[in-house]
Each structure stands twice: as structure tokens, then as C-alpha cells.
Design a protein around this ligand. Sequence first.
Ligand code: EZ4
Ligand code: CO
Length: 404
Amino acid sequence: MLKIESARVIVSSPGRNFVTLKIETNEGVYGIGDATLNGRELAVASYLQDHIVPCLIGRDAHRIEDIWQFFYRGAYWRRGPVTMSAIAAVDMALWDIKAKVAGLPLYQLLGGAARDNVLVYCHANGKTVEETIEDALKHKEMGYKAIRLQAGVPGLKSTYGVPKGKEAYEPADADIPTENLWSTEKYMRSCPKLFEAGRQALGDDIHLLHDVHHRLTPIEAARLGKDLEPYRLFWLEDSVDDDNQENFRIIRRHTTTPLAIGEIFNSVWDMKTLIQEQLIDYIRSTIVHTGGITHLRQIAHFADLFNVKTGFHGATDLSPITMACALHFDMAIHNFGIQEHMPHSELMESIFKIGYTFEDGFMHPGEAPGHGVDIDEKEAAKYPYKRAYLPVNRLEQGGAMTNW
Ligand code: EZ4
Ligand code: CO
């Protein structure tokens, strides 16, 4: 039996916090999984350390499905981002081990290549429309075929997703959440102008995407979707709060702009209505926050029945391990749509050794056995945990708090 001999949690902060689980077996082969939950990292670290690791030791590392069900059903308390991120880390590490033992890159175990490489989209940001277009043109030059456009809103001091200075953009920017002011009216007026300029400057062959970060009501989202129709977006992301799946019935009734949501979902039950009623076009739930490859397979296959494609979250607060697992997954499933790509810093990649590559708008997970990412534990130990939170938004005219 390929026995799990040890499992340990590695918390490291090379520019931002990452939580990694390393599982070692009696035959020397080991695997690693990502457990990073932005702003709640230590909760997942404790869940793993205190509640999962003791139950893992001695188990057969090959029994991935059984171990998944053991932690999902066996805990009695199901779902939630902390639990599902912890289970995901175990799942990624076990798939890594199995693929290493097989001597194959992970995508081969998931059914083999359904495509030659993976279409990715990048972020273009700026304080103004002009700055955003300039950034987008730079990314087009780098080969990207799909670009997410986000710009500052005239009249608002700051906007989430738009870097304040010249430094690389990191959304979790303070040890107590920064409070920003938000105006839906100002945003709704400026957003279509960004896409009118974007389509004109970037041409018809580039896919354009946009993220609303859950800030609108359903009828406002319906209006924005209609206003953006002339610019033919690839998708409009997180236009409303995703707590109530029925919100999307209202949006869908009014606009043909394709809709994406799901980066904060953690189980198939968060998206069942959205998929079954064909209220969305892309599901963004990803490997680390949704129970790992094992649960995402169920989600992708379910979504395929209803013409919903994947478009996994790929921000830098998901570690390179998640990025690698997502790329293997994207390679192998039929209903892949697009993959988000926010490159990690050089410092982060000096700790997480990656095997995946980018070329001309597409990525490939590489051919190394396993998921292809390793961690340098000695280097990781040099960067202790540093508390950091996402900002919050208050409506400019007082009252309600919205997301970010
Ligand atoms: O705000 O990953 O589409 N990408 C995003 C990200 C998220 C962060 C939150 O942790 O919305 O920038
Ligand atoms: Co998003």
C-alpha cells in the first residue's frame, strides 16, 4: 500500500500569503496542494493541521475518491470555503502523487488532452480609459487573445482592481480592511465608454471581458448587460451578489451579454439552479476553493449538460499549485471555456517552482509527472505570515456596504 506517512502545512508570504499542504508517502513520493483562502488563510491552516492531518496519516494515498468523501461527509459539517479549501488541498496533493507514481502529467489521468493548449485571459487596468487601453495594447502585443478591462470610475477616489501606484496589483492591501466609496450611478455611466474605446482600439478579434465584483442589483446588472451588448463581450463577470441564484433570472430576461460567476462558490450546490436553468454561460469556481479536482469534475460534467463552460478563477491569491491543477483540468475537459491568468511575481516563483508555460495567448501545464509544481520549503520559511485583507466599499450616498 502507498501509505500516507506525514502531512504538513506550510504558510508562507512571499509578497502575499499562501497555504500549502505537503503529503509524504512511505515510498518517498510526495504531493503538494494549495489551501490559500485570501484573508482567512490561518483558518484553513488550522482546519488542516488540527482536524485533517491526524485523520490522513496511515491512509492509502491512491484512494482519492474515498478520502474526499471521508472528509466531506465524515466531518458532518459540510461545505463552506474553509472546509472546501482544506479538502481541495488534500485532493490536489493526492492527484499529484498518483500522477507521479504513474509517471504521467496530471491531465493524462483526467482523460488526456482534449485540446493542444489552454486559452487564457489577462487583466488590463488603469485609472482612466486611456491608461487601461494603453495597458491592454501592451498585453495584446504580448500575444494575449482575451483581455479583461477595468478602469477607475471618474469621481471616485479608488476602484477595486485598479492599482494605486506603479507596483504590481495586490487586492489584499491592508492589515485592517481599507474602506472605499462606491457609486453605482457613476460606474454605470463610465463602463460602456470604456468598452466603446476598447473595442475601437483593440479591434474585433480580441475577446473583451469585465468584472463587476458583485456590486449591482439584478435590474442594474440587466441594464449594464444591455448597454454593453454593442461591444460583444466574451463575458460579464459577477454582476450581482451570488447568494441568491434566482437573481440571474432577472438579468437573463433582459440581455444577451454572456454571464460568468462563481469565484466565491465552494460547492455544486451553490450553482445548481444557475446551471440547470441555463442562467449563466461560464462557471468560475476553481480547484482550490471548491473541493479540488474531484469535486470540480462533477461540476464540469454537470455544467456540460446545460451548455455552461468553465472559466476558472486564476488570480494571484490562488497559488501556482492551483494554477497548474487548473491548467491540467482545462486541457482534459470537454466544456472548457477560458482560464484567467494573472502571473505570479518572480519572488513567488522562486518558492513555487512551476512547469507551466505561456506562449502567444495560450498556456500549457507541461509534461512533468504530477501537476508539475514543487515548493522550496527552505525559501518559503523566510517569509512569515502577514495579515492582509481585501478592501470593502460603502455606497457614496451613505448606508449599505457592497463588495469591495
Ligand atoms: O477579487 O482573487 O476575477 N478575479 C477577481 C480577483 C478576486 C480576488 C479575491 O481574492 O475578482 O481579483
Ligand atoms: Co472576479
